[in-house]
Design a protein around this ligand. Structure first.
Ligand SMILES: [Zn+2]
Ligand SMILES: [Zn+2]
Length: 159
C-alpha cells in the first residue's frame, strides 16, 4: 500500500511525513504511550494520522497484545475481589507498582515505532506472582486511552 500524502485541512498546503517524539493517552488505570510514531504534519505542525484507519489499526494491535498479560480473575457481583490467575488466592488490595511494557509496532512500509502499555501490577498474597487485576480492566480502557493519544497528537476527530 502506498501512502497518500494529504493536504493540511486547515492550511491547504501539502503535509510531510514526520514523527512525534512521545504522545500518551490515559483511561482509568491504563496509560498508553507511542514513541516516534509517524504522522503527517504541515509546516505549522497541524497533524493527521498517516492513514484514516490508523487509530483503528492501533486499537487492533493493542487488542492482540492483551492476552499476553498475566491477569487475575474478578469475583463477586457487588463486592469485587480479585483472585490470582495462577493459584486463585486473593490479590493484594493495592498495586505493588506500575509497569510499562514496551512493544514495537510497524504500520505498512513506515519505520517501526514503540508502544508502551502501562498498568498497575498487583501481587498475589499466595504465590507472589505479579499481574494486572483483571483482563477486563485492561480491555475496557484501550479505546479511551487511544482517544487520549488521538487528542494528544492533535489529530482531528474521525472514525
Ligand atoms: Zn496546517
Ligand atoms: Zn497466586
Amino acid at each position: 500500500m502506498a501512502l497518500k500524502i494529504p493536504r493540511c485541512v486547515r492550511c491547504f498546503v501539502a503535509c510531510e511525513l514526520k514523527t512525534l517524539p512521545s504522545v500518551s493517552g490515559e483511561a482509568g488505570s491504563l496509560k498508553l504511550t507511542l514513541l516516534e510514531v509517524p504522522v503527517f504534519a504541515c509546516a505549522k505542525n497541524h497533524t493527521v494520522p498517516v492513514h484514516r484507519d490508523f487509530m483503528l489499526w492501533l486499537i487492533q494491535q493493542i487488542r492482540a497484545l492483551e492476552a499476553q498479560f498475566a491477569a487475575g480473575r474478578e469475583q463477586g457481583m457487588i463486592f469485587k475481589k480479585h483472585l490470582c490467575g495462577e493459584c486463585g488466592k486473593e490479590l493484594a488490595p493495592k498495586p505493588e507498582r506500575r509497569q510499562a511494557f514496551p512493544y514495537e509496532l510497524k504500520y505498512e512500509e513506515l519505520a517501526p515505532f514503540k508502544l508502551q502499555i502501562e498498568m498497575p501490577l498487583y501481587k498475589c498474597t499466595g504465590c507472589g506472582k505479579e499481574q494486572i487485576r483483571s483482563a477486563g480492566e485492561l480491555h475496557g480502557h484501550v479505546a479511551g486511552a487511544v482517544v487520549g493519544i488521538n487528542d494528544g497528537a492533535g489529530f482531528p476527530h474521525s472514525g
